[in-house]
Design a protein around this ligand. Structure first.
Ligand code: 0RA
Length: 653
């Protein structure tokens, strides 16, 4: 007998149930098909799936508060004060509606066809998938004066739904423990969950979202907790994202409306920076790759501002054209639409394909932005002046860039002189180390395997691209070297914004800096550059951080490297317990330069023993905010961030 058959025999299931169990069995066999992966992302996705159901209940107008608790064993509880999942008997399925929702694939929401249901995760798979992937799940429903309960193991009910007590409340509480035999990681990350809940609070104004972490206490002995609530929604989101940028107009421009049954919200603010920060969402999902909603917004923005600027006469003296980019320099904007049947396209399925959305967004933005500009002449003038400034700078940037390109053509291969290239030509086998300083660069050149490892030394602090105007970037020696060594180029023109990734000369780009404050600063400067100008490389999984050891511990003829404080303590213990004399020598590596070529190869560059940390973007909107805060002008928020996060970084000052 198979497991399923055994189960059926023991529980007297009818034929109708077979399909159900096979459904959940399929989820357990191929979890990645339902939740993307069984790594950090998949693990957190389980929480989002459950929270999404509560968000739907809130969007239907029946729920105001959602609480998420991380328990000490990394199980999760999600509680809402909605109407409660229906518990009545389901004639067709011959079991409670609750059990149907919890055990049938794609059964969620089927009871209430008229309800307004649009969230439901990127994979939108329903809570039964969470149940299937949990070793244990308990759901408690308060509804109709009673508290109902059912528990499941690996998705299968332990008992039929039962009433446990009377209640005057309504709501749903789900507690689940992800199955350790399925997931590669077990620990929930507070920062990942809380930034998603914060994002949901901004995207769904009026809902209170609370997170508790029972695994950790703060200095006062209380559990770590955060409460997220936004009264205004997207304008509040903009204020949050731009907290450390200098704004140009007092309040974000806020546009909201519904066309052809598609609700949409847009908020935008101009700041003194030079980067464009457009964030777009469909049904609360961040559409990283954009799509028709974003295209509609951009089109309307360019046309409306251009026509206003022309009418105002402010462009009269301008000697060159204004491009679409110029309208978006220093613009932070968020667009959020809710679409009943979204089509997601693109490499990561985060590009909205529904063609009908473009026109309706364009229409609403044209209308409301025109109205705004008429009503706010002072702000309108500020915006047009910023656009003119951007166009002027772009003009200068093009000249600088053309000069650079011409020079590259003149100097033959165009590869930077400092680059020690590898002999292998197949990019998928090649690595490039971006190394802090000429001296460490020299050691790395000696230590590397020159067949497939290239070394590019970078001189000290590279340009902070967060604060620099674009043309400065094309003048910076270190940045030009990175572009030419990697083989990719970018344009400043609209159509050539995308990187030519197929030209990438190394599929692994490894940032190698000292394990101290300066080294971390340099790594952050390089990451800022990648995030702002070569984000696709990060999204593609090409960017890595090397991890040189922090200590070398020697005793007699034995020696060991340590990468953390804990390792150091345990190695010292090991060495002192099995030796005769107390002659232990501890060397703290402050910089790469203290290692010789052989040591650097052994610990940090040899693929057999090294640890590389792949740089990923968990939450693009949050990453944007953190980069602007870390690399911008304001000091206090940066200090606070560093104090809060220092424990995650292996650095001493
Ligand atoms: C459909 C119908 C009704 C409630 C829900 C769904 C519901 C589902 C979830 C999932 C998590 N929390 C939830 N809260 C409510 C009730 C319809 C009615 O009472 O008429």
């Amino acid at each position: 007998m198979t497991d399923i058959e055994k189960d059926l025999a023991s529980k007297n299931y009818t034929a109708d149930n077979i399909q159900v169990l096979e459904g959940l069995e399929a989820v357990r066999k191929r979890p990645a098909m339902y939740i993307g992966d069984v790594n950090v992302r998949g693990l957190h996705h389980l929480v989002y799936e459950v929270v999404d159901n509560s968000i739907d209940e809130a969007l239907a107008g029946y729920c105001t508060k959602i609480e998420v608790t991380i328990h000490p064993d990394n199980s999760i509880t999600v509680t809402d004060n909605g109407r409660g999942i229906p518990v009545d008997f389901h004639e067709k399925e011959k079991k409670s509606a609750l059990e149907v929702v919890m055990t049938l694939l794609h059964a969620g929401g089927k009871f209430d066809k008229d309800s307004y249901k649009v969230s439901g995760g990127l994979h939108g798979v329903g809570v039964s998938v969470v149940n299937a992937l949990s070793s244990k799940l308990k759901v408690t429903v308060q509804r109709g004066g009673k508290t109902h309960q059912q528990e499941y193991s690996c998705g299968k009910p332990d008992y039929s739904i039962k009433i446990i007590e009377d209640t005057s409340n309504t709501g749903t509480t789900t507690t689940f423990k992800p199955d350790d035999s399925i997931f590669m990681v077990k620990q929930y990350d507070y920062a990942i969950l809380s930034s998603r809940l914060r994002e949901l609070a901004f995207l769904n104004k009026g809902i209170t979202l609370v997170i508790f972490d029972e695994r950790e206490k703060d200095d006062d002995g209380n559990f770590i907790t955060d409460t997220f609530f936004s009264k205004e929604g997207l304008p509040d989101f903009i204020e949050y994202l731009d907290a450390t940028r200098e704004k140009l107009i007092p309040e974000p421009i806020s546009m909201e409306g519904e066309r052809n049954g598609i609700p949409m919200e847009i908020a935008m603010q101009y700041n003194t920076s030079f980067s464009e920060n457009l964030h777009s969402y469909v049904n609360n999902i961040n559409t990283h790759e954009g799509g028709t909603h974003l295209a509609g917004f951009r089109r309307a923005l360019t046309r409306t501002l251009k026509s206003y600027a022309e009418k105002s006469g402010m462009l009269a003296k301008l000697k060159f054209d204004i491009s679409g980019d110029d309208f978006r320099e220093g613009l932070t904007s968020i667009i959020s639409v809710k679409v009943q049947e979204p089509q997601f396209e693109g490499q990561t399925k985060t590009k909205l394909g529904n063609s009908e959305v473009m026109g309706v967004v364009d229409q609403l933005v044209s209308e409301l932005l025109t109205y705004y500009l008429e009503e706010h002449p002072k702000e309108a003038k500020t915006i047009v002046n910023k656009v003119i400034l951007a166009a002027t700078a772009r003009h200068a940037a093009r000249k600088a860039r053309e000069l650079v390109q011409r020079k590259n053509i003149l100097s033959g291969s165009g590869l930077p002189g400092k680059l020690a290239d590898c002999s292998e030509k197949d990019p998928s086998l090649c690595e490039i180390y971006l190394v802090e300083g000429d001296s460490a660069g020299g050691t790395a050149k000696q230590g590397r395997d020159r067949r497939y490892q290239a070394i590019l030394p970078l001189r000290g602090k590279i340009l902070n691209v967060e604060k620099a105007m674009q043309y400065k970037i094309f003048e910076s020696e270190e940045i030009k070297n990175m572009f030419t060594a990697l083989g990719v180029t970018i344009g400043t023109e609209e159509d050539s914004k995308a990187l030519n990734l197929e030209k990438l000369r190394y599929h692994k780009i490894i940032i190698m800096t000292d394990a101290d404050v300066d080294g971390s600063h340099i790594a952050t400067l390089i990451l800022t550059f990648f995030f702002r100008y070569m984000k696709e490389l990060i999204e593609n999984g090409n960017v890595f951080i090397a991890t040189p050891p922090l200590y070398l511990i020697k005793k007699g003829s034995s020696e060991k490297y340590c990468w953390s404080e804990e390792e150091r303590v345990s190695v010292v213990k090991e060495f002192s317990s099995n030796g005769k004399e107390t002659g232990i020598h501890i060397q703290r590596y402050k910089g790469l330069g203290e290692m010789n070529a052989e040591q650097l190869w052994d610990t940090t560059m040899n693929p057999e023993f090294r640890t590389l940390r792949m740089v990923t973007i968990e939450n693009g909107t949050e990453a944007d905010r953190i980069f602007s805060m870390l690399m911008g002008d304001e000091v206090p928020p940066r200090r606070e961030f560093i104090e809060k996060n220092a424990k995650y970084a292996n650095i001493d000052a």
